[in-house]
Write a protein that binds this ligand. Sequence first.
Ligand SMILES: [Zn+2]
Length: 275
Amino acid sequence: MKDQQQKELYKGFWVSHMPIYSSFINRVRALKKRGHLSWFKLTNIIKEKFTCPICGYNGPFRDKVLDTGVRKHARCPNCGALERHRLRFLVVQTIFEEEHLAKLSMLHFAPEPFFQGYFKKRVERYVTADLDMVGVDCNVDIQNLPFSNGSYDFVYASHVLEHVLDDRKALCEIRRVLKPGGIAILSVPLVGERTIEYSEPNQEEWNHVRAPGLDYFDRYEECFSRVLKYTSDSFSGKYQLFVYEDTDERSAEKCCSGLSVEDGKNIDFVPVCYV
Ligand SMILES: [Zn+2]
């Protein structure tokens, strides 16, 4: 009986002190992160400084080390956003400001975690989707969507279409589920002038079924009435939206100077498609 009472006492103690304990742990984690950031800034004091449009951090960005080489100024050390995330964030922010779409309904494919919170706060109806990702609202095939015509105002699918066998069908489906005046952001990684179709998913390129080129914009234009093109130089240089990539490892067929503004400095593109 005494043991039971002691157990209840301990349980009560932990339940009442748990919020204090977890708040202490969170503060220690925040201090540790601040410490790491300060140390990173100190040890990279001579590096160029940039601003992250997502979290507001100001200072040097981290380089990203890949099998193909080092990608300079790639990652925000505070929130982890890469060049492509920062560019897409600025495009989305511009669209939201210009189009006054506060009451929109949105479909987000392959949802990136840090975009989910941003979108959720701004749109009235937010639906996440993916073919097989766990935790999304709908597991759907983008080539055959189970939604009625004109269900959404805004569709966002970044780095998805290069994985889809029949991407033209997927584009038609996205247009079908958009309302009149609807908008879709459907960026793909552009790696050359001409799109190369693979006969099967390329395991060396994250199972992509094609390597989209600059001519990939023709596919958007086949389906949508207007396509706006945002690029790495559409916004201030302080956000660092270029991809400093060593292209030596790419095949000669795919390597193209058309995407490079200077040696190793490549432009990224974001298409904004209007119904
Ligand atoms: Zn950031």
